[in-house]
Design a protein around this ligand. Structure first.
Ligand code: APR
Ligand code: ZN
Ligand code: ZN
Length: 368
């Protein structure tokens, strides 16, 4: 039995249930006792219908825990190992993984689409019906079964709340700046959206040697946090047009690289517009499924020679990038403790969704 936060219908608060059956891990799977889980905007996007999900489903995809049981054939981890959950399982062997694009792993597709394991079946049962789990993770649960290729073993010396955040916000945000984008030393970078992911884009840009980092948000509290993470200028989008502000700050040229880290049609348009000729726009935030890119093929892309890049999971190859991020943290280059604004209980997850809306937190982290 486990206790978990279950998404039951769009717009409904997550339901805390404590009578959920968890099957033993099948071959190639591991059962993990969660120690911490961040509450990410994508969890809210599942609950409010922005992203497609079929309830009932255990949400949560930014977690870390301890392996409790392993299925047949599992060799890379054993009971007692501490692991970060990767919400894109990465096999290391498929077409994409062997080309350094583990974030597009072929094995992850079925799990992502079905809300189950790699074969599409589920391991949770509740109220007599199967329960799906978000992105083969389901970290809003004391216990979860995940694919072996969806865990990355870490050492004893990393705090588990930090490890959890690495699993999504840090991999995605820092990866967007360090892997997806091509930031050159001295570049002017604009980051629209300074939440848990955007703050990590900012620190990734700082590590890559960006000259100016212009942070854009509607909340003054977020802009203050952005400065702490490396922003050199801030723009409060509630007080005027952020595109004009970025143009003014760059001699009307535009940013060398502009990131959208919210997932709104309006801010996606802003990011493309504030990118200079020959520059890059990197789209990180997940918008509504019917959002479109509004850009004129000739004036917007060809004549302007702009590159528009999609960023999925920070273009991360988790088996290499998780240890790399931990090293950067230990060296003091990555601020991760500062991301944990609140430590909460599983029961408080709906309040954590509200806190996201009011701009109070970089991240709320559930401690089990
Ligand atoms: N203009 C500027 N900033 C805005 C606007 C806007 N119109 N609307 C919202 N914001 C800011 C919020 O104030 C907040 O600081 O965007 C930030 C979003 O942060 P979070 O809610 O913490 O979201 P986060 O977890 O960082 O995720 C951002 O990345 O992974 C995806 O699905 C995720 O699409 C989401 C995005
Ligand atoms: Zn996330
Ligand atoms: Zn693969």
């Amino acid at each position: 039995m486990t206790r978990a936060a279950v998404f039951t219908a769009i717009g409904e608060p997550l339901e805390i249930r404590d009578d959920i059956e968890v099957e033993a891990p099948h071959a190639g799977e591991v059962k993990v006792r969660m120690v911490a889980s961040g509450v990410c905007h994508s969890d809210l996007s599942m609950q409010n219908g922005t992203m497609m999900a079929a309830p009932p489903m255990v949400l949560g995809h930014e977690g870390a825990g301890i392996v409790e049981e392993i299925g047949e054939g599992v060799t890379t981890v054993k009971p007692g190992d501490r692991v970060v959950i990767s919400w894109v399982p990465q096999c290391g062997e498929c077409y994409f993984c062997t080309r350094g694009q583990g974030y597009l792993c072929e094995r992850a597709g079925v799990a992502m689409a079905s809300g189950g394991m790699l074969d599409g079946t589920t391991r949770f049962t509740s109220h007599g019906e199967p329960l799906r789990q978000m992105a083969s993770s389901g970290t809003f649960s004391e216990l979860s079964v995940v694919p072996e290729i969806g865990v990355v073993k870490i050492g004893e010396d990393v705090d588990m709340k930090i490890a959890a955040l690495i699993g999504c916000g840090v991999l995605t945000g820092v990866g967007a700046a360090m892997n997806t984008a091509d930031i050159k030393p001295g570049d002017t970078v604009a980051v629209i959206g300074c939440g848990g992911v955007g703050l990590n884009v900012i620190q990734g840009a700082r590590i890559k040697g960006a000259g100016e980092i212009i942070a854009v948000d509607m909340m003054e509290t977020k802009l203050q946090m952005a400065k702490q993470f490396g922003a050199t200028q801030t723009v409060n989008a509630s007080q005027g047009d952020p595109v004009s502000a970025v143009m003014a700050a760059t001699g009307q040229r535009g940013a060398d690289v502009a990131f959208e880290v919210i997932g709104l049609q309006a801010t996606i348009d802003q990011a493309v517009t504030m990118t200079r000729r020959g520059g890059e726009t990197v789209l990180v935030g997940v918008p509504k499924m019917d959002a479109m890119l509004n850009v004129m093929a000739f004036f917007g892309v060809i004549l302007a020679s702009k590159t528009i890049k999609g960023c999925w999971y920070g273009s991360s190859n988790v088996h290499q990038d998780v240890p790399k991020l931990i090293e950067l943290y230990k060296k003091g280059d990555l601020k991760l403790d500062e991301l944990v604004s609140r430590t909460i209980q599983l029961d408080d997850v709906n309040e954590a969704f509200e806190a996201m809306g009011t701009g109070e937190v970089a991240r709320s982290v559930i401690a089990y």
